[in-house]
Structure formats: C-alpha cells, structure tokens
Design a binder for this molecule. Sequence first.
Ligand SMILES: Cc1cc2nc3c(=O)[nH]c(=O)nc-3n(C[C@H](O)[C@H](O)[C@H](O)COP(=O)(O)OP(=O)(O)OC[C@H]3O[C@@H](n4cnc5c(N)ncnc54)[C@H](O)[C@@H]3O)c2cc1C
Length: 502
Amino acid sequence: MPQVFKRIVIVGGGTAGWMAAAALNHYLKDQSTVVTVIESSAIGSIGVGEATIPNIVQFNRNLGIDEIEFIKATKATFKLGIQFEKWSVTCDKFFHPFADYGTTIDNVEFHQYINHMRASGHNASLKSYSFACVLANYGNFAQPHPNPPSPLADYAYAYHFDAGRYAAFLKNWCTARGVEHIDGLINETKLRVDNGFIKSVVLEDSTEISGDFFIDCSGFQGLLIEKSLQTGYEDWSKYLLCDRAVAMQTKSVGEPDPFTRSIAHDNGWQWHIPLQHRTGNGYIYASRFQNQDSAEQQLKNNIIGEAINEPRHLRFTPGRRLKIWNKNCFAIGLASGFLEPLESTSISLIQTALAKLLTFFPDSSFNQADIDEVNRLHNHEMENIRDFLILHYKLSGRDDSEFWRTCRDMEIPATLQHKINLFKSRGHIVMHENESFEKSSWLTMYNAFGVIPNRQDPRAELVSTQLIASKLSQMQQSIDGAAKQAMSHQQFIDKHCRAPQN
Ligand SMILES: Cc1cc2nc3c(=O)[nH]c(=O)nc-3n(C[C@H](O)[C@H](O)[C@H](O)COP(=O)(O)OP(=O)(O)OC[C@H]3O[C@@H](n4cnc5c(N)ncnc54)[C@H](O)[C@@H]3O)c2cc1C
C-alpha cells in the first residue's frame, strides 16, 4: 500500500529551501509528515536574487503572509518592470512592463493597429499605451485595482527584496508552524542498495537524518540531485554567453525607482536593484571575453553610491538539470539549473517547480508517469525562458564588441527562430505550453529591437487611421492623467510600508 511520507528532508536554507519548506508546510498541514530543513550556516546562501516577477505576490498571498509585514521585514520596494538601457541600437532605453499594451479592439490585438498606424506614416509608440510604462516613467507607483474601471490600468507588480531577509522571514514563519530546522554541514549521502533512492544524509557530527522524500535546494552544486544521483546537466552556454557575475551593495542615492535597471556593457550587462535600505548592483559577463579583475573594475566604475561590502564573484554554467525529479529527489532553485538573471526568472522557477510538485505530489509508490510529466513540463518551461533571454542578445543589433558580434552571429534554437519568423511575417506572437512571459513581453522585445512585421493584419486595415488615431489619443490622455496623479514610489512606501531602520 502506498504510504504518506513520515519525513521530507529539504537540503538547503536559501531562498529555494525556505520557499519549499513554507509551501510544503502550508499544503501538507493536515498530514502527519514532518518537514525538516538542513542548512549549513558555515556555507551560507548565495545572497543574490533580489528582483522578482509578479507571481511572487501570489505566492506570499497563498501562504497567508501579510504583504505589509513582508515588505517591512525584507525592506522591499515595488517593481513595475525592467528598464533596459543601451541594449538596443534602435533606442537608448526601453521598458519591459508587467502589463499589456492598450486593448484588443474588435478581437484584433492592439499592436496590429499600431503596426497599421506606423505603416500609414503615423508616429505611434507602444509604451504610451501601457499604464505601467507611464507610471514607471514618472517614478510613481500605485497598486492595481482588483476590478479596474478601465482595462488600461490592467497591470501587475513584483518586488525587489533583500534575499537574506526573505529567507530569514520565511524561516521564522516556517519554524513557528512546526518545520524542523537543523544547522549542520552534510558530508555524506547514503543511497538504498535495492533501488538507488536516497536513504539519508549524514552531518559532520555523524548525525544521520533519514527521509522518504528529499528536496535538493543546495545551490549550484546539486548535492543530492547531481553529486549523489548524477542526474546530468545540459549546458546552454552556446546560447547564453554570460557565465560570471560580480555583485556589490551600495548605499541608496535618491529615491528608489519602481523598476530594475539593466544596463548593457561591452561584455555583458549590469543590474541595479533599489531596496529601501540599500541598492543591489551586479555585473554579469562572459568570461570568454572579460577577466574577473576587469569585470570588477567595470562594475566599480559604474555604480552610484558608496559601497557597503566587498565585491563578490560568482560563477555559473547557464543551463538546466536534465531532470528536476529523479527517484525520491526533487531539485529546486539553483540545484535545478540556472539561466542567468536578466529577466529575474529564477525565484519564479522555484515557485513553478513547487506548484508542479504539489500537483503531482508523490506517495511512497513514486509513480514514474507523474515524475516524467513533471520533468517534461519543467523542461518546456526552461526552454521557453531560455528562448526569451536569447532574444535579448540576438536581436540587440549591437556590434561594437566581440561579445555582441558573437551574439549577433550565433545560431539560435529552432523554437525561437520559428517565433521570430512568425512575428516578422505578420506580427503573430506564438505562445507555447508553459510560457513564463506573456505575449506583451515578447512584443516589448520585438518592438524595442526594431523587428517590424512585413505585412499588416488585414482586419486592422479595415479601420480608418483617423478613427484609430482618435482612440489612441483618448487612451494616451487617460493613461497619462492617471499615472501623473499617482504618488511617487517613495511616497507610496512612506505612507504604506516603510521598514524600520535597523
Ligand atoms: C548573479 C546572480 C544574480 C541573481 N539574480 C536573481 C534575481 O534578480 N532574481 C531571481 O529571481 N533570481 C536571481 N538569481 C537566482 C537566485 O539567487 C536563486 O534562485 C535563489 O537565491 C535561490 O538559491 P538557492 O536557495 O537555490 O541556493 P543558495 O542560496 O545557494 O542556497 C543553498 C543552501 O544549501 C546549503 N548547503 C549547501 N551545501 C550544504 C551542505 N553540504 N550541508 C548543508 N547545507 C548545505 C547552504 O547552506 C544554503 O543554505 C541570481 C543568481 C545569480 C548567480
């Protein structure tokens, strides 16, 4: 008879480990299963990963976490999207909002009208029809209304938060609800002789901790999924050239932007993440083209504000674990793979992996069909994100360094080429199963990188440019008026969720 687990062991107490513990504790609360988190304070967690995408809001909400309490505890700010600077040869900067543009008219997508207007010689800029873009441009913030009176105000937001504080916040939340916490260094994993499943982990002091199901949140090394089970890793560095990072925190200067900044450089790009108490900065680069010392100098030359810690260097191999679920081990977070932080997808992948785990939650029979389906879904999801990230580099148009020329000339996956071809054909935006980014995100990129459909949608051409121009003008005015009236991001924080200064 299949049995409910007695103990689930989570290895790792970074963002992934504590998010996993919180979700399992919450959703398994009526079962007798004990959830144990083992982490090593001597190793610590990676300490980066501070920009998110909107599904984090729902993750906290589903757990019943109070938003204001969370924001104060993690010194978070709000994020309406990402401002890309020096990425495209067609514009100095552009904004990727968590929002749609305009509204569908007569079942025809909004951007088809914009194409039609442009082809007819009118100057129509997409960003003016996204409330989030305009709000961000003013440096303002407002929370979306659950039932917006106008679809133009339909947008989402995410957070920038202090990763260490988020893990600590969840740790308190979990341990107060019965999650067991062990601080100890694992130096051995024991496998069952009969089936190769994980039997236990052994700590430095020889304590052996057995479990029925193991969640590997041990970071890049994949202590269980790779070191013990040798699951394998698919390296995507031929598509995503950046494989190093240097991170540094600085004192805040001025009011926080309600967005992440991503600034392209000759051999990679730099992030700027404003929190309430400090700013997170980092530079992601390709080690084929730049060495560590030069990368560190590059970051130091481009940060604003006084540094508050020493630069931290990180190495990674963009790619994915071949399976996130192997036998009785499920890998989440960096242990399951890492692409790069360009669109802040890693924490979101923690969430979606947890969602799949909960949907296909095993018992002691470990049904292989369920395991295979989770791996299939996850692989699709990673491929879709990979393609979206590659698009940024491939279409940038920059050719001012070897790095950018390599990006321009590199082969891209057939799945991405197919999408680009269809957009070029007539503005079709193709969506696959398990996409993390909406059509509007793909549209943002095509638009910013100057990819223009060769033909127009005949349905959009049926509407006169005069009528479209008048609708566009109304939309623009209503968006601009509402965005201008909103509070500044700083005022919003001060009024609703200012963190104590400690
Ligand atoms: C440069 C960079 C920038 C990033 N930026 C973003 C971003 O903006 N947004 C985003 O969503 N994601 C980002 N990420 C990814 C994000 O940092 C991770 O997804 C997130 O922090 C989760 O990490 P983790 O918990 O999997 O691993 P870690 O934080 O590395 O945690 C590993 C845990 O395992 C424990 N451990 C390891 N070995 C042992 C052992 N032998 N015994 C006991 N315990 C052990 C450690 O103590 C630690 O608690 C970024 C990543 C990098 C590299």
